[in-house]
Design a protein around this ligand. Structure first.
Ligand code: PMP
Length: 407
């Protein structure tokens, strides 16, 4: 069991008023707040141990390097990768997926295809679409069913109808909250000879993300969605897969031997980490992993599911409010529209009453515009530091705001 009041003591940012009202932060799918142990780890490193990594033999550089490599090992264990060599530090999910798409593009043959789904975040959509355009490949987006789950029959048809080199799919949707059956999707894709990428940006905090259980070839996530600083993320790749790819970013640290005539590259994972890595971000990520594990990942998951189910129930009581999708499993967030009220107005007015929601297209325009034919939604995304009382407050405020807007 999670003691929310004790948890909240770890998040000083939550203890404030905005516009004279207590802050209710319900935008954790965009970024999660950082707990004190993570803030402390970052300050501690800058205060005592800061030096560039890998480059020096002096004491501080060695400490920094050791901390970075410890963080890599913590990240490995967190996603259950076989080896820390399979963990590449990046700037985040977007950085991971763009680098991977650029590397994969070098292996793509014209006439082959890449399959994503209609619920992808632009970060897991546009890089693949652009790679396909450059390489003369087909780019397909698997449709969703009426509930907002991936239509697996249609997905399989795409695999059968094309020579698919790679499938890339979100573990959890950042709009619908749909938890996708990534294990089954990976098995299906592998049976058709396609590699599998999982965008775990939204799942990494509250679902079990186990790359060996999923049997994905690649997986990407961002630290800031799980209590780590911004600007750090991971690209996981199975060793055999990473070894087949050529780096697309070049510079210090990733090379072994550089001559005018030829350059050879470092071993995994350094060959994919050109330049000074965000080692303090990685140290923060390790602290965030420790924090979540100390909290008990299953406790976090169970409580966040409770919060979201309660939010869905309470929002359902509001007249004219329509929650987008009704997936088999939902996690992390839910989005809604209200007849006659623009999401921007809802979120702006709610903010003035202390409630932090998000409105817009959530970087998922194909989902909104093409699958749901809506222009914009309001999203609520609680995390384990939120209380049921805060959900009630948010719902009360929404009812009040909607009254004003409908006047
Ligand atoms: N994919 C999903 C599903 C997301 O929710 C996000 C962040 N909203 C991203 C990718 C991109 O993550 P980042 O901005 O941290 O690179």
């Amino acid at each position: 069991m999670l003691n929310v009041e004790a948890v909240r003591d770890d998040f000083p940012v939550l203890e404030q008023e905005v516009f004279g009202r207590p802050l209710v932060y319900l935008d954790s799918a965009a970024t999660m707040q950082m707990p004190k142990p993570v803030l402390d780890a970052v300050v501690r490193h800058y205060t005592h141990d800061n030096a560039n990594v890998h480059r020096g033999i002096h004491a501080l550089s060695e400490r920094s390097t050791r901390a970075l490599e410890d963080a890599r090992e913590r990240a490995r264990a967190f996603i259950n990768a076989e080896s820390a060599d399979e963990v590449v530090f990046t700037s985040g999910t977007t950085g991971s997926l763009n680098m991977l798409a650029d590397m994969w593009a070098q292996t793509m043959r014209p006439g082959t295809a890449i399959v994503v789904t209609m619920m992808e975040h632009h970060a897991n959509f546009v890089p693949w679409q652009q790679a396909c355009a450059r390489k003369g490949c087909a780019f397909c987006a698997a449709p969703l069913d009426a509930n907002g789950d991936i239509d697996l029959a249609a997905f399989e048809e795409l695999l059968e109808g094309h020579d698919v080199s790679l499938v890339s799919v979100a573990h959890v949707s950042n709009v619908l909250g749909t938890v996708n059956p990534v294990r089954a999707i990976a098995a299906l894709a592998h049976a058709h000879g396609a590699a599998v990428v999982v965008d775990a940006a939204q799942s990494v905090r509250h679902e079990r993300v186990d790359v060996r259980a999923i049997d994905c070839d690649f997986l990407a996530f961002s630290g800031h969605k799980m209590g780590a600083p911004t600007g750090i993320g991971v690209l996981y790749g199975k060793r055999a897969m990473l070894e087949r790819l050529r780096p697309v970013r070049f510079g210090g640290e990733m090379v072994e031997d550089v001559r005018v005539g030829k350059t050879t590259f470092e071993e995994l994972p350094l060959r994919f980490e050109a330049g000074t890595p965000n080692y303090v971000g990685a140290i923060g990520l390790a602290a965030a992993i420790d924090y979540l594990e100390q909290m008990g990942r299953d406790n976090v998951r169970a409580y966040e599911h409770e919060l979201l189910a309660y939010a869905e129930q309470r929002l359902g009581e509001i007249d004219g409010l329509q929650v987008l999708g009704n997936p088999q499993h939902r996690a992390g967030c839910l989005s809604f529209t209200v007849e006659g009220a623009h999401p921007f107005d809802i979120a702006t007015l709610a903010d003035k009453l202390g409630i932090a929601l998000r409105s817009g297209n959530q970087c998922a325009q194909p989902l909104l515009y093409e699958a749901y034919d809506v222009q914009s939604i309001t999203r609520m995304s609680p995390a384990f530091y939120n209380t049921m009382g805060e959900i009630d407050r948010a719902v009360d405020v929404l009812e009040y705001v909607l009254k004003l807007l409908h006047r």
